[in-house]
Design a protein around this ligand. Structure first.
Ligand code: NPW
Ligand code: K
Length: 504
């Protein structure tokens, strides 16, 4: 799915109006009707108080008021006084039945809101041009202090769709944000979660062709985007078809990371896996991941030597590696010698952060999988806010010609071309030790599969990791989820994305 800017969203609305030969009021009716139905599915008998601003977001609010009233709900409409109103606002103000209580707000004398009411925030949407001040700011504070459930129409009022706002600027804190057709970048950033709450999208048939042709830098990745991108396994395929991967992982006390990454790699369909561990890990790995071949390092506690790379289709390094100087030498040598795809995680990234000269050795198309703290160490500069971090992240992938993953609630992938893909799967239960090691193993398997491009391998891996976590959580609950549970569901998650045998 494309993630549009506020300006592109307005353009898509206009393109739809022109292509379908409908009026802007018709499109508003369609959008607000969908939102009314969303509300009607969830409302019991609560009174609904709808706050409307002067533009089309307020117009949506007025349409919602009409539909809820017709459905028999007690509705109260509150208008924010303004010098000018949009024409769709005015048209729908006129269509509001006379028996719906509708009053202009006097912000000096705001009415008490009844306990148990549901509030609908239709003050400002994508037409927000500046931080809210004066009456609008007072109203936002009043809504937030009511401590009642708020449903924001399109976007919480006061929040910019695609740009940061100054700290402490007034924004409605919604429990639900219900938007149309496509997600907004603002919904995907942790700093906005306090305002956006749980977000939902309603399809309103915006012009698909127009949207498809819009140049965008950001995508939201759902199953439909990926389904069929994982080729099915041909009858005559053999171990070689799916590649032989090498994983360098584990140090004393962290052999579990090597086990989890190895098991994930095996469950993701790698042809063969060789795992390099220090001697301390030999028995553990052979017992817990017997399908992997174990290549023991001469040293007891750390990996100190790089094996011959010739047999391998892809190499992963990092889980539980430790940050010993000798392991750093191994990493340096790997970056210098490797001619196959690389996946770098955890301590390999920390080593890159502390030995910045090796960063220059990164071969093109290397896949890195930092979480935000590791990413900060990697680039050596804290981010001002989440938008700034995204730009650092995009810039890093472009400058280093690599694929970089930024782990989080909506894990993002940055490409060497500077495009960002936000993953849609996963749950908070996956914020648990070893989850990242599982991702590394999974990505390593897909990078070893020669049939997949670097981009498809990364996107499929991120999606399948989150989906496996979602499937596991159905069985274990989120709190009970451990990284090993994710491994068990990698197979089913990948299966959902596999092209049908006779697919055309
Ligand atoms: N187009 C369509 O067909 C569809 C559109 N849809 C809906 O329309 C919404 C976008 O509507 P919109 O463009 O009218 O903008 P909106 O957010 O209502 O605000 C504009 C008003 O606010 C004002 N204003 C701005 N900033 C301000 C501030 N800080 N403080 C005070 N005032 C401020 C601004 O005034 P001005 O900046 O000119 O002073 C203007 O009066 C979109 O989010 C979705 O809900 C859906 O129905 C789908 C179909
Ligand atoms: K709103």
């Amino acid at each position: 799915m494309h993630i549009l800017t506020a300006a592109q969203t307005r353009a898509a609305d206009q393109a739809t109006i022109q292509a379908e030969r409908i009026t802007s009021t018709d499109l508003m009716e369609r959008a607000a009707m969908a939102l009314s139905e969303w509300l009607l599915d969830r409302l019991a008998r609560q009174a609904v108080h709808i706050f409307c601003g002067p533009g089309n977001n307020g117009g949506d609010g007025l349409v919602i008021a009409r539909h809820l009233h017709h459905a028999g709900h007690a509705v109260h409409v509150w208008l924010l006084p303004a010098n000018a109103y949009s024409s769709d606002f005015t048209a729908n103000r006129q269509r509001l039945p006379a028996d719906v209580p509708c009053a202009e707000l006097d912000v000096q004398r705001l009415p008490p809101l009844p306990a148990g009411a549901v509030l609908v925030d239709a003050l400002f949407g994508t037409g927000l041009t500046r931080v809210l001040t004066d009456d609008a700011a007072t109203l936002v504070h009043y809504i937030n202090q009511a401590h009642l459930p708020v449903v924001a129409v399109d976007i919480p009022s006061g929040l910019f769709a695609d740009a940061p706002q100054p700290a402490d600027s007034p924004v409605v804190a919604a429990r639900f944000t219900v938007s149309f057709e496509l997600p907004k970048l603002a919904f995907l950033l942790p700093q906005n979660a306090q305002w956006v709450g749980e977000w939902h999208l309603l399809p309103i048939s915006l012009d698909k062709k127009f949207i498809h042709n819009l140049p965008v830098d950001n995508y939201f990745v759902e199953a439909a985007f990926l389904r069929g991108r994982l080729p099915y396994r041909g009858k005559f395929s053999h171990k070689g078809t799916f590649g032989h991967a090498l994983l360098l992982a584990g140090s004393k006390g962290k052999i579990g990371a090597a086990v989890l990454a190895s098991r994930a790699c095996l469950h993701a369909g790698v042809g063969l896996l060789t795992t390099r561990v220090p001697a301390v890990g030999y028995d553990i790995l052979q017992t817990s991941a017997p399908e992997a071949m174990t290549l023991v390092d001469p040293a007891q506690d750390h990996i100190t030597e790089l094996p011959d790379l010739k047999p391998y289709a892809a190499v992963g390094i990092g889980p539980g590696l430790g940050q010993d100087d000798v392991s750093c030498k191994v990493l340096r040598q790997l970056l210098q010698e490797a001619t196959v795809p690389l996946v770098l995680d955890a301590d390999a990234l920390n080593l890159l952060g502390t030995h910045r000269d090796i960063l220059d050795l990164l071969p093109p198309d290397t896949l890195l999988t930092p979480h935000p703290k590791e990413f900060e160490r990697l680039i050596g500069e804290p981010a001002r806010d989440d938008y700034h971090r995204l730009e650092q992240f995009r810039g890093f992938a472009q400058q280093r010609r690599c694929y970089c993953v930024l782990k989080g609630a909506y894990t993002a992938l940055a490409t060497p071309e500077g495009v960002l893909y936000f993953n849609s799967t996963g749950n908070p239960g996956m914020a648990t030790g070893g989850s990242g090691d599982v991702l590394t193993g999974l990505l390593l398997a897909l990078r070893a599969d020669k049939r997949l491009s670097a981009l498809d391998a990364a996107l499929l891996g991120l999606y399948a990791h989150g989906r496996a976590g979602d499937l596991a959580a159905l069985e274990t609950g989120q709190a009970g989820l451990v990284a090993g549970d994710i491994v068990r569901f990698i197979g089913p998650a990948l299966h959902e994305l596999t092209a049908p045998v006779l697919g055309l």
